[in-house]
Design a protein around this ligand. Sequence first.
Ligand SMILES: Nc1ncnc2c1ncn2[C@@H]1O[C@H](COP(=O)(O)OP(=O)(O)O)[C@@H](O)[C@H]1O
Ligand SMILES: [Mg+2]
Length: 240
Amino acid sequence: MNEESMEKPLTDWSALLGGLAHELKNPLSTINLNLQLLREQQSMGDTPQAERSVKKVDLLLGEVERLQTMLTDFQRLVSNAPLDMREKNLNDIVADVLEFENEDLTRRGIGVASQFDRNLPLIPLDENLVRQALLNLIVNARDAMEDAPGTLTVSTRREGDYALVEVIDTGVGMDEETLKRAFAVYFSTKQRGTGLGLPMVRRIVERHGGIVTCDSSPGVGTRIGMGFPIKGEGECDEGS
Ligand SMILES: Nc1ncnc2c1ncn2[C@@H]1O[C@H](COP(=O)(O)OP(=O)(O)O)[C@@H](O)[C@H]1O
Ligand SMILES: [Mg+2]
């Protein structure tokens, strides 16, 4: 270790935490694989013991999957990888993600609607990150309508200097307390939630120089908007 790196304080938390998440994922996938093999073996037996074992293995598999999801979300949240900004049509990205999610939503009895502002200009976006953010919002909307399938609406429009995409659901909505904490890291009201979805949405939008809006009423539904600057004031455009 040279002097310079010895003196360097340990402040690159994102690299440190991202690396830890990465290291944890390897043994987890080994555990996952072996649990699946174990499950296969156990489910061939038809004794009550074998049945109980299968149930226990299923429980473990569920927990392992939850950890894997959490680590992937965590890696994305702390990632400092530079944005890959390109001039994109926000409508195309939204339409693509919706098409991808359509089958799952429809199967759950959720109606899907979209309203596109066809006059939106091309704007600088990191397409992968915008997709991730949008997906997080759609998954939350889906979860919110789990017990009473309603309608998911995704719309785009221009608002001043921003291209706005809104995800609107007719789900359970949030009370004041939940709304206040919804964007806090690890806050979740779900049994299997990670509490990393909305923080990730916020981080992605803010890295683009954009803004997030959120309205919700209990029993009525939720509307979350991501506004991306049309001229691009995101990280990669600094100083240009
Ligand atoms: N569309 C929504 N409708 C109702 N509640 C929501 C919605 N989106 C987010 N929330 C609330 O905000 C919390 C945090 O969301 P998120 O950060 O995505 O974590 P997670 O989905 O893992 O719980 C959720 O647990 C839920 O209480
Ligand atoms: Mg979520």
